[in-house]
Write a protein that binds this ligand. Sequence first.
Ligand code: ADP
Length: 263
Amino acid sequence: TEDALRQSQKMEAVGQLTGGIAHDFNNLLQSITAALEMLRLRDAKNTTHDVERLISVAMTSANKAASLVHHLLAFSRRQPLSPTPVDGNVLVASMRDLLTRTLGHAIQLEFVLADDLWLTLCDPNQLESAVLNLTINARDAMPGGGKLIVETSNVQQSDEPIGEASELNTGEYVCFSITDTGTGMSPETLAKAFEPFFTTKALGEGTGLGLSMVYGFASQSEGHAKIRSEIGRGTTISLYLPRYHGVVKTEITEFEKSPELRA
Ligand code: ADP
């Protein structure tokens, strides 16, 4: 669609622009941080509290800027996709510890995994970082605690096909949904949430790149992404990735690997 095209052109422009700037900026920031560190060490004995406090303020800002630049670099250096057949249940289940640590104690984590989930064709590393990104956003939307549900399901959408019909796109998708019981999004936020650099977070807290990366990953995988959100109730973000129809080669068994074991 026109929207998707506009989005991907925007992402590409953003990627090229930020890659160049972020790299130079990173070097500058490193020299600022190093200088501040030297200042702090050299004058440690006769520094007044005021000066110490100012150095600390400058350090904090430099660190926030460094983290922003780090995100920008990661964004512009996005790896090309390497799609492989993926068992989504295995992938999300393997993230349990990481997600638990990310969410902290006040947020409960629940998995609702479909029996007989279809295989999906996508880049497993990027699917993992998408799920992590969505989890971080969900955590940020639940400052007072709450619940996060990671759900997988088989979805048949051929009644309302989305995007071009192709060999891959038969209307069958593996759906990954991340649901939180957080603040929800206003209609204004909802309308812009997938746009690169759109953020409602404070400077240094958010880059506005998380959801646009998730969106880009889904569409490059010939799938799509969708947000459902209600103020005060929470948000569900769903990734629809194409079903993989081929047969997966089974693992080579020990028996096959070691001919000397035969007969
Ligand atoms: P960032 O998290 O750096 O702000 P994102 O692109 O990931 O960038 O998200 C853009 C905006 O969408 C956020 O600033 C927030 O306002 C909104 N948002 C994203 N996820 C959620 C969520 N789970 N609940 C409420 N709002 C959200």
